[in-house]
Design a protein around this ligand. Structure first.
Ligand code: ATP
Ligand code: MG
Length: 340
């Protein structure tokens, strides 16, 4: 378990003080995949680097399996770092070394015997599906292949935690997908905890089970991907989530609504899990004298759970509209009134 507790960190550059992290707390359980999302400068990389003690907090502390990183003598910290792999946007490979040599670097630093290195590198090449490319140089590889080498190198010493800083940001969508699949496999097959820093919400949606949203050095929202994506609270989270799960009415429909003379309520409904499979609208129409028309619908699957967002216009007398929202409450449908 990684526990980040009330961590603050400032940098001074050009005589200006920048508060990179402000009172950040986050607990990461073994086996989870966390996405840390935010715009440029939010403090994501600084937070990630706290985990392997490349940055040291000004205030607060980082704990690994119950022991504070600050309490480790430098020599022991080195062995802690071996339990933590890291991959980067720019891959950070040695251009003058072959794929084999790049992957072998952490093993050589560990004084692993040569024949064990050879066996381990072959094993890693197979895992990242780069068999037969061990004699290639980085400049002969595509971006996706370079990231696979970076991943193989990060796994060489069997880490328990993998830190990924914008690992897919330099890749095209198809290559991103294949790297994300590889990361998901690393998590599932090897049981490695993953912390993934990104500014791409699709990346979080695709493989993370937990998410923390950062803005201006703070974590403004965190939780399970399902909860946060299903009902984002902060404006910045809503901005991110909206790009993958739209939940707003097209403008032409808004104009139509402004002409509506009858009494109506415009509701945004969120159906999550089993409730998404029930015939809620049908049942409302059968029981309550209201007319309903669906103006907008989006259905997504997150972590194998169905999330449906509907914007529905219910038309009828006030009493029926009140009965409608009562019915929704009784059936655990999250709803909110939409203003136009
Ligand atoms: N070593 C440093 N010296 C001075 N300022 C720094 C240093 N590292 C980070 N900062 C500043 O701290 C703030 C947070 O930086 P950080 O790199 O953590 O952001 P980020 O969210 O990773 O951004 P990006 O998406 O652009 O990578 C920024 O204002 C940055 O300029
Ligand atoms: Mg960064």
């Amino acid at each position: 378990m990684i526990k980040i507790s009330h961590v603050s960190k400032s940098f001074v550059s050009d005589a200006q003080k920048v508060k990179a992290l402000r009172d950040v707390s986050l607990t990461i359980e073994k086996g989870q995949i966390w996405g840390i999302i935010g715009f440029s400068g939010a403090g994501k990389s600084t937070l990630l680097r706290m985990v392997n003690a490349l940055e040291v907090p000004d205030q607060g502390f980082v704990e690994l399996d119950g022991r504070k990183l600050a309490d480790y003598p430098e020599k022991e910290l080195r062995s802690v770092r071996k339990r933590i792999g890291m991959i980067f946007q720019q891959f950070n490979l040695l251009e003058s070394r072959t794929v084999y040599e790049n992957i072998a670097i952490p093993l050589r630093l560990n004084h692993t015997p040569a024949e064990q290195i050879a066996a381990r590198v072959e094993e890693l090449l197979a895992f990242v599906e780069l068999e037969g490319r061990k004699d290639a140089y980085p400049w002969q590889l595509s971006g996706g292949q370079k990231q696979r080498v970076g991943i193989a190198r990060s796994l060489a010493t069997n880490p328990e935690i993998l830190l990924c800083d914008e690992a897919t940001s330099a890749l095209d969508p198809d290559t991103t997908e294949s790297i994300l699949q590889l990361l998901a496999q690393i998590n599932q097959k090897l049981g490695i905890t993953i912390i993934l820093v990104t500014h791409q919400i699709q990346v979080v949606q695709r493989i993370c089970n937990r998410v923390a949203v950062m803005e201006n050095g703070q974590i403004v929202e965190q939780g399970s991907v399902l909860d946060v994506f299903g009902n984002p609270q902060q404006p910045i989270t809503q901005r991110f989530v909206r790009t993958v799960i739209p939940d707003e009415l097209p403008e032409s429909l808004v104009a139509d609504l402004q002409q509506e003379k009858r009494e109506y309520k415009l509701l945004k409904l969120r159906f999550q899990g089993e409730v998404a499979k029930e015939n809620i609208l049908y049942n409302i129409n059968r029981r309550i004298p209201v007319e309903s028309s669906v103006l907008f619908a989006a259905v997504t699957e997150l972590q194998q759970v169905i999330l449906g967002i509907f914007i529905v216009k219910f038309i009828g007398p006030a009493k029926s509209l009140a009965a409608t929202t009562e019915y929704l409450d009784r059936h655990n449908v999250v709803w909110q009134e939409v203003a136009v």
